[in-house]
Design a protein around this ligand. Structure first.
Ligand code: CA
Length: 222
C-alpha cells in the first residue's frame, strides 16, 4: 500500500512515516498544501492521511481540488479534538474518514484497511486466491490452511498482487507499492521477493510474464 502523508508537524510526520514503513507500506511525506497538490497530481496513492491546518493551502482546499479533478483516492483527515466544524467540512469536501489527534497507530492502520476495502468494493477483510489466504488485519498468510511466515516486504508485495487477482503488475508498479521516496530500491528487489514467495508458497500461483510483470492466480494460457 502506498500512502501519502500530509503533515506539517515534523515530530508527527517523521514518526508516522517510520511507523507506516515498518508495516511494509510505501509512505511518502509532504509538509504543506501545495506540495500535497503536486504529489497527488503526479502520482497514484492508495490512501492519503491529511492534516487540515497546513502552510500554503489548507487540507480542506487540497481535498476539494483532489475531488474536483475526479480523483477518488481514499482520504483520512487528521483533526484536532473538539473540531466539529473541521470534521463536517472535511467530510462534506469528500473525506472518507477522520481521526482525532492524538490517535493510536493501531486505529489508524485499521481505518486505512477499512477505506481500502470500501474503495475496492470489498466487504470481506481477508484476500483469497484459490487456497491462498492473506488477512491485512491480522497480517496472517496461509496456504491450504497452513500458516506461512512472510517478511513485511514479502507480505506487501503479495498483498498488492492479491488485491487484483489475474492482473499483471509491472516491476515498477510493485516497487511503487513497496518503497517511498528516498528509500533505496535495489534493482532486482522485486524478483528476489517473488523468488522467496514462490519458495514459501509453492510455484503454482505466483507467475512471471517475462518482460511485463507478475500476477497471482491460475496460470493464463500462453
Ligand atoms: Ca498542522
Amino acid at each position: 500500500m502506498r500512502v501519502l502523508l500530509v503533515e506539517d508537524d515534523p515530530m508527527i510526520g517523521e514518526s508516522l512515516r517510520e511507523a507506516l514503513r515498518r508495516q511494509g507500506m510505501a509512505a511518502d511525506w509532504v509538509r504543506d498544501g501545495r506540495a500535497a497538490d503536486a504529489a497527488l497530481a503526479g502520482e497514484r496513492f492508495d490512501a492519503v492521511l491529511l492534516d487540515l491546518g497546513l502552510p500554503q493551502r489548507s487540507g480542506v482546499q487540497v481535498l476539494q481540488s483532489l475531488r474536483a479533478r475526479g480523483d477518488a483516492t481514499p482520504v483520512i483527515v487528521l483533526t484536532a479534538r473538539d473540531a466539529l466544524a473541521d470534521k463536517v467540512a472535511s467530510l462534506d469536501a469528500g473525506a472518507d474518514d477522520y481521526l482525532v489527534k492524538p490517535f493510536e497507530l493501531d486505529e489508524l492502520l485499521a481505518r486505512l484497511r477499512a477505506v481500502g476495502r470500501r474503495h475496492a468494493g470489498r466487504a470481506q477483510t481477508a484476500l483469497q486466491v484459490a487456497d491462498l489466504q492473506l488477512d491485512p488485519a491480522t497480517r496472517e498468510v496461509s496456504r491450504g490452511g497452513r500458516p506461512v511466515l512472510l517478511s513485511a516486504r514479502e507480505f506487501a508485495l503479495l498483498q498488492a498482487l492479491m488485491e487484483r487477482p489475474g492482473a499483471i503488475l509491472s516491476r515498477a508498479q510493485l516497487e511503487d507499492r513497496l518503497y517511498g521516496w528516498g528509500e533505496e530500491v535495489e534493482s532486482n528487489a522485486v524478483s528476489v521477493y517473488v523468488h522467496q514467495l514462490r519458495r514459501k508458497l509453492g510455484d503454482d500461483l505466483l507467475h512471471t510474464v517475462r518482460g511485463v510483470g507478475y500476477y497471482v492466480g491460475p496460470r493464463k494460457q500462453a
